[in-house]
Design a protein around this ligand. Structure first.
Ligand SMILES: N[C@H](CCC[C@H](N)C(=O)O)C(=O)O
Length: 287
């Protein structure tokens, strides 16, 4: 159906799913910004675009609400997996998805009323090498290094899970603080492709509380790739076990980090609604 969309959320991190084969317009930067705008568009933390893939069962592009493209999205992958399963594209409960940040495998592990509810995703391997994140840091790995901002510094831990992340370990979390300094870290010249930012508080050997400032999206209630990045950081720093519950304002994700830094993420997804983008919105997309 032309310009059909589905809007879903993973722990309050919401996405609009579109199928490249069904849209009648070009998904330009302006179009992405407008569709994601809560007043002039549908409103969303981003767009998931179903695209063909030569390497996997399905292909996915992830667009941030500022029009930029991301290499990976954990909540996005679970939302996309649910869409593939619920709308009949996936003929089994386990399938592969190609993202710009690598190939992943998704599995529907729990249904509710014959719809996907809990999804597990093998998110790939964590990368700590500075130049592969990328981070402009003379050290081989940017773990426990200091980043000086205009009015204060932070000790940072950088890791890629396909997309880049900067984890700051804190004794206490403060929404105002991450909303103030998150954007300054996100756009700091140390990060050639910008970076996702997390403030994380270790609560117990199996529990970490996290607040998120996303690259290209800002404050979000949850982030799957951020949860993976935080989990890798606290394990690498010897602060926790390898099986973790990551607690975010929007809800919790289960993250497992194996000995080879392979990451497994499990969590719920809920559909909000579906519909057709109106012709009037399509007309206005290039304004
Ligand atoms: N804004 C992120 C992509 C979405 C990440 C987040 N929504 C998730 O669930 O992983 C980036 O530019 O890398």
């Amino acid at each position: 159906m032309q310009n059909f969309f589905v809007k879903s959320h993973g722990l309050g991190n919401d996405y609009i799913v579109l199928n490249q084969d069904e849209i009648t317009f070009e998904l330009t930067e302006k179009a992405i910004i407008r569709i994601c705008d809560v007043h002039f568009g549908i409103g969303s933390d981003g767009i998931l675009l179903k695209v063909p893939s030569e390497k996997a069962d399905f292909g996915l592009r992830i667009l941030n609400p500022d029009g930029s493209e991301a290499e990976k999205s954990g909540n996005g992958l679970r939302i996309f997996a649910k869409y593939l399963y619920d709308y009949g594209f996936a003929l089994s409960k386990s399938f592969s998805i190609e993202t710009p940040g690598g190939l992943v495998r998704a599995e529907v592990i729990e249904e509710k009323n014959n719809k996907a509810f809990t999804i597990k995703v093998d998110m790939g391997k964590a990368i700590f090498e500075s130049k592969k994140i990328p981070v402009n840091c003379e050290k081989e790995e940017c773990i426990g290094e200091t980043l000086e901002l205009e009015y204060r510094g932070y000790e940072i831990n950088c890791v890629s899970v396909g997309n880049p992340h900067c984890v700051v370990l804190k004794d206490e979390l403060d929404e105002k603080e991450i909303k103030t300094f998150g954007p300054q870290i996100e756009t700091n010249p140390m990060f050639p492709n910008r970076i996702n930012v997390q403030f994380a508080k270790v609560v117990s050997p199996n529990e970490v509380e996290v607040m998120i400032w996303e690259r290209g999206a800002g404050w979000t209630l949850a982030s799957g790739s951020s949860s993976c990045a935080v989990a890798c950081t606290v394990v690498k720093r010897g602060l926790t076990e390898r099986n973790l519950t990551i607690k975010m304002p929007g809800g919790n994700l289960a993250i497992e980090i194996d000995e080879d830094w392979e990451i497994r993420m499990t969590g719920e997804v809920r559909e909000i609604g579906s519909g057709i983008l109106s012709d009037e919105l399509i007309e206005d997309l290039e304004l």
